[in-house]
Each structure stands twice: as structure tokens, then as C-alpha cells.
Design a protein around this ligand. Sequence first.
Ligand code: GSH
Length: 234
Amino acid sequence: MIKLYQFDPAFGLPNASPFCMKLETYLRMAGLPFEIVPRASLFKAPKGKMPYIEDDGKRIGDTTFVIYYLKATYGDKLDGGLTPEQRAIALAFQRLMEENLYWAVVYTRWIEPEGFALTRAAFFGTLPVPAKWFVPWLARRGIAKELHGHGIGRHDAFEIHDIGRRDITALADFLGDKPFFMGDAPCALDATAYAFLANILWVPVESPLKQHAQSYPQLEAYCRRMRSRFFADR
Ligand SMILES: N[C@@H](CCC(=O)N[C@@H](CS)C(=O)NCC(=O)O)C(=O)O
């Protein structure tokens, strides 16, 4: 059975990491049997990031490569029917969320004081003293460096919110009144979209990104549709 290593749930979501939630969603959508390994260690992750899987003696990191592996090994029921044009669009939206919107979300959770207070409590609240006094601040410093390296961290708050809001607008406009991102049937892009949108709409961080996403009722309806179809047990 596939073993899924990821962070423990937080913020009332299956996972407060959009990448962990993406992979768990994908596994559920693809109907692949898996078990979640509780209290997984980041230090054992093959790429130093969560999530990763173990299957048939192999450890694979990075959701994109994990999904390539799963498709190659167990078949591709979700994306098999997409046209080349739809595949291109799906890839572009995946990258929009994972390589751009993600960093705007990270900024609101880790750098903005209200977001960081919630992140600190949710992710580090159970750490023993004295670790809980300094580990969150060390992690925050590392994330500030990553944001700077990515480039988004060089902008001011208004600009970062604006970048994130425009991504959310593109998602909402493209989804429109379709039930799923590529039409009537869910595809792998929906695993990413649900994970990212739920991690904006359904978290306690009251960011301008959340407010903006809330202004598009189709995004809330979409997340509810995905939850009832694939997470009815949670
Ligand atoms: N490209 C990776 C991104 C994974 C990622 O950024 N994971 C974050 C959590 S959302 C992480 O593990 N961060 C810990 C760290 O960077 O130390 C994927 O698709 O899996």
C-alpha cells in the first residue's frame, strides 16, 4: 500500500500545506489505496519538503513527480481524456498556483503579523518550552529568505496581495460556472485547485486573498463540491 508522508492536519483542513492536501486529494480522486503516516518527519523527506510517498520500496518527493509516478504505475484515469490544449491550460494553472499564488499565501501566513500569530499557534503550539519560543521565529526567518530569493518578498504588502488577487481572479474567471476546472469531470488540476482554494477560503487567516476569494461564490461552491465528492468522510 502507498504510504503518504505529510504534515499533520491543521487549521481545520485535511492539511494546512496546500501541497500535502493536493497529493492526498489526488490519491482520493484516483481511487488509489493509501495510508497516512502520522507525525512524518521533514528530515526524512527525499527533497527536504513535504509531502512524499513510499511505494514498492521507493521513496518519491515532490507532488509533481509523485503524480507522474502514480500515473505511470497505476494508470491515469483522471487526465486521460484531456485534449492537448486542455493539458496545456491545466499545466499553466497548476504552475500559477504552485509557483506564484503559493508564495503570496506564504507571505500572508508567515510574514504578516496576524497570519503569523495563527500559523505559530497552529504549527508550533505543541512544541515544548524553550523550543516553542525560538523555532517559529527561525522558521519565519528562513521563509523570509525564500520569499526574497523567489522575488515576491521584494515587493510591498499591497503589491503581494495584488499579485495573489489577480491569480485568484484568473482562477475564478476560468472556473466560471463549470463544476470542475476542465469541465464536467474532475481532473488532476482539481487536486491542486481544491487544495489551494480551500487553503485560502477555509483557514482562519483573514487575508486580503481570502476576502478576494470570498467575493467569487463559485470558488466556495467549487470547494464544497470537491469536499463532498472526495472528502465526505472528513
Ligand atoms: N514542489 C513541491 C513543494 C512542496 C512544499 O513546498 N512543501 C512545503 C510545505 S507547503 C514544505 O515542506 N516546506 C518545508 C520546508 O521548505 O522546509 C511539491 O510539489 O511537493
